[in-house]
Write a protein that binds this ligand. Structure first.
Ligand SMILES: Nc1ncnc2c1ncn2[C@@H]1O[C@H](COP(=O)(O)OP(=O)(O)OP(=O)(O)O)[C@@H](O)[C@H]1O
Ligand code: SF4
Ligand SMILES: [Mg+2]
Length: 409
């Protein structure tokens, strides 16, 4: 945990005194006898006052993980395994009343599509007043005063006038500030912010991220920030969980993940971040070859193997299990890749079990070259010479745009 989180009142070690603890989470769609598994095995912890990032390409299961924490997976989706523990309470076993109280007082959520969460025919003040009266039992007059104070706190100029505005009269940044005011109106202990800055210009994005860190300081609130942008994560988070194909594949403090990623997917994500310092002399970044798995894909062993530049015989039989990156430093986080160090095709880490039997890595129908299993010798040679091998040309890979079509609360 960074000094920022440790300095906050009430902030404890995430692993020993978690506010939220998710373990073995599994979310399925489709028929029970032939389920489509969207979230396969997700675990994460958040300490009081900590900001944790959840990053991964489109479809990796980030939003479903947030919705599971709120118990907002709509039928036919369902959580079929795992636990969600909030301060010692089992969220998945809560009664309707307990769940209502949990959502009203303990946790707030900024939805991925905030604009559809605001009723276009209701004024901003009506949204705030309803929330404050329902969740904090305020009178109309108290709710009006508090609503205006909330708008002021999230940086909305002329809050008395904006209290009477309709959503369409506000800019995108202002509407996002309103969503933050609504999500934090009950002073929750935990805020789930699903892509809070998507579709905002960079200046507004920076302001919104500053607002989240200010509110964490003021309220001692923990935040789970979902993003597919490492720049966003680096700006505000203490720790990060990297998701791929319904699994968390790496966790750790942001500084360590940036300086020394221990999973090839994390490294590939970092390598695809545009280099902002090279303005005027731009450095072209390669995306990640191939495509994330579909729900219908059944991949044995490591789910990243078909796209992994370091894949080797045996990767299709490694278990998707997080192991400490450094057994002597538990705070350094964990990785699901047992090849250590992967960058030079090191041996399978004994901590993850004995090396699996060599089997062929499956070939994806997408850029075939990306699926080629590299031998340790090839990998080492390429690492030394800088030769990227048979990877697809820059631009062939893609990060798809969000397509969240789920209903909101
Ligand atoms: N209601 C649903 N019915 C069927 N499949 C769904 C449903 N909601 C989500 N999925 C699928 O589950 C997977 C994970 O979805 P999720 O929305 O959690 O992804 P995400 O990581 O948030 O992606 P994005 O970055 O695009 O928001 C995706 O393949 C998605 O298509
Ligand atoms: S090296 Fe093997 S186990 Fe590690 S991420 Fe690549 S395919 Fe998966
Ligand atoms: Mg999403």
């Amino acid at each position: 945990m960074t000094a920022v989180a440790q300095d906050l009142p009430g902030v404890a070690d995430a692993t020993t005194d978690a506010l939220l603890s998710v373990d073995g989470l599994r979310v399925e769609f489709g028929p029970a006898d032939a389920p489509l598994v969207a979230v396969k095995d997700v675990g994460l912890t958040i300490a009081p006052g900590e900001i944790v990032g959840l990053i991964g390409e489109s479809g990796s299961g980030k939003s479903l993980t947030c919705r599971s924490i709120m118990r907002l997976i709509g039928a036919p989706g369902r959580v079929t395994a795992g636990t969600v523990d909030f301060e010692g309470r089992d969220v998945l076993a809560m009664s309707s009343k307990e769940l209502r109280d949990f959502r009203a007082h303990d946790v707030g959520m900024i939805y991925q599509d905030p604009f559809s969460s605001l009723n276009p025919v209701m004024r901003i003040g009506d949204h705030l007043r309803e929330t404050l009266r329902a969740n904090r039992g305020m009178s109309k007059a108290e709710a009006r005063a508090e609503g205006i104070a909330l708008l002021e706190r999230v940086g909305i100029p002329d809050p008395e006038r904006r209290y009477l505005s309709y959503p369409h009269e506000l800019s995108g940044g202002m509407r996002q500030r309103v969503m933050i005011a609504l999500a934090t109106a009950s002073r929750p202990r935990l805020l789930l912010a699903d892509e809070p800055t998507t579709a905002l210009d960079v200046t507004t994005q920076a302001q919104i991220l500053d607002l989240l860190t200010d509110m964490r300081r003021e309220l001692g609130m923990a935040v789970l920030v979902v993003s597919h942008d490492f720049g966003v994560i680096a700006q505000v988070c203490d720790r990060v969980c990297v998701m791929y194909g319904g699994h968390v594949v790496e966790t750790g403090p942001v500084e360590r993940i940036y300086a020394d990623p221990q999973h090839p997917y994390t490294k590939a994500l970092l390598d695809s971040v545009p280099d902002m310092e090279s303005a005027g002399n731009p450095v072209r970044r390669e995306g990640i070859p191939g495509y994330p798995p579909e729900l219908t894909d059944v991949l044995p062993g490591c789910v990243f193997a078909p796209r992994c530049a370091h894949a080797r015989p045996g990767c299709t039989s490694v278990p998707m299990v997080l192991q400490p990156v450094d057994a002597a430093a538990p705070d350094a986080g964990s990785t699901a890749c047992p090849v250590r160090p992967f960058s030079v095709g090191g041996p399978f880490d004994p901590v993850a079990g004995s090396p699996p039997d060599p089997v062929a890595v499956p070939v994806s129908p997408q850029p075939a070259a990306a699926t080629a299993a590299m031998t340790a010798a090839e990998t080492a040679a390429r690492a030394q010479t800088g030769d990227p091998g048979d990877l697809p040309a820059p631009g062939e890979a893609r990060i798809t745009q969000p397509t969240d079509q789920e209903s909101t609360r």
